[in-house]
Design a protein around this ligand. Structure first.
Ligand SMILES: NC(=O)c1ccc[n+]([C@@H]2O[C@H](COP(=O)([O-])OP(=O)(O)OC[C@H]3O[C@@H](n4cnc5c(N)ncnc54)[C@H](O)[C@@H]3O)[C@@H](O)[C@H]2O)c1
Length: 251
């Protein structure tokens, strides 16, 4: 029970890495607020947590909208208490070069993948300071370390997530708030559902040194560790989970 009596809020908690993290946090003793743009997905995760005897609530929120984020934090505080852990994980992964995408598509990706962390952090941090500290986790991605072709907005957003993680870590360390990022490579989640298996396998064969698929549970395990007191001297770091991709420039 590494998160006993903690309150955790997970965005994008209705699917993939977020859902796996909600289950893992609940199994480790946390009370979990499962936030998702599509409420039904969050409700399904809450039902599963409750069926295992855990405590969780669902919240419908679009993390790119300030009023939704305020509602998400207010609901968490009212129903579970001030969050000890905020996991900013919701994200989309659109494709396209700068000459292919519209201004609206650029704004949508930057708003959901990057601005959402600013919005959530500025609501949660004052409450965490009052409580005596807290943990903020962000999901970045290896495309934020080295850009990928045809992923201009996404690569830019995830690079922003990496340095925003460091900024928050530096700015609030003296208030006992830790902020770290999980940086996955290719994870087998619904986000990649339209990636045909043959193309996926060819990509992994070329770029991922370790064989096999990274699962959402692998990221959830990392999130539990970083959220727990075992990591209480770790902040401002980017934890790469990519089967070895980033170990070298060429696979
Ligand atoms: N799967 C991968 O290979 C991979 C690799 C690197 C980074 N990531 C990042 O991991 C995070 C989780 O992705 P995943 O693979 O679990 O994907 P997923 O699609 O399974 O889950 C993402 C969840 O976020 C929700 N969401 C999307 N936009 C939202 C919004 N505006 N407000 C609230 N919720 C919203 C979706 O409804 C969904 O439930 C994302 O930030 C993604 O960029 C994923």
């Amino acid at each position: 029970m590494r998160l006993r009596d903690k309150v955790a809020l997970v965005t994008g908690g209705g699917s993939g890495i977020g859902a796996a993290s909600c289950y893992a946090f609940a199994r480790e003793g946390a009370r979990v607020a499962v936030a998702n743009r599509t409420l039904a997905k969050a409700e399904a995760v809450v039902r599963a947590i409750k069926s295992e005897g855990g405590r969780a609530i669902s919240i419908g929120a679009d993390v790119s909208v300030g009023a939704d984020v305020q509602h998400m934090i207010d609901t968490t505080v009212a129903e579970l208490g001030v969050p000890d852990i905020v996991f900013n994980n919701a994200g989309i992964s659109p494709s396209g070069r700068v000459t292919d995408i519209s201004e609206a598509e650029w704004d949508e990706c930057i708003s959901i993948d990057l601005k959402s962390i600013f919005l959530t952090a500025r609501c949660a941090i004052p409450l965490m300071i009052e409580k005596g500290g807290g943990v903020i986790l962000n999901t970045a991605g290896t495309f934020g370390i080295r850009a990928a072709r045809n992923k201009a907005a996404y690569s830019a957003a995830k690079a922003g997530v990496i340095n925003l993680t460091r900024s928050i870590a530096l700015d609030y360390a003296r208030e006992d708030i830790r902020c770290n990022a999980i940086c996955p490579g290719f994870v087998d989640t619904p986000l990649n559902a339209n990636f045909p298996a043959t193309a996926r396998d060819a990509f992994l064969e070329q770029y991922q040194p370790l064989r096999g698929l990274i699962g959402a549970g692998d990221a959830a395990e990392m999130a539990v560790y970083l959220a727990s007191d075992a990591a209480n001297m770790i902040t401002g770091q980017i934890f790469v989970l990519d089967g070895g991709q980033q170990a070298g420039l060429y696979a």
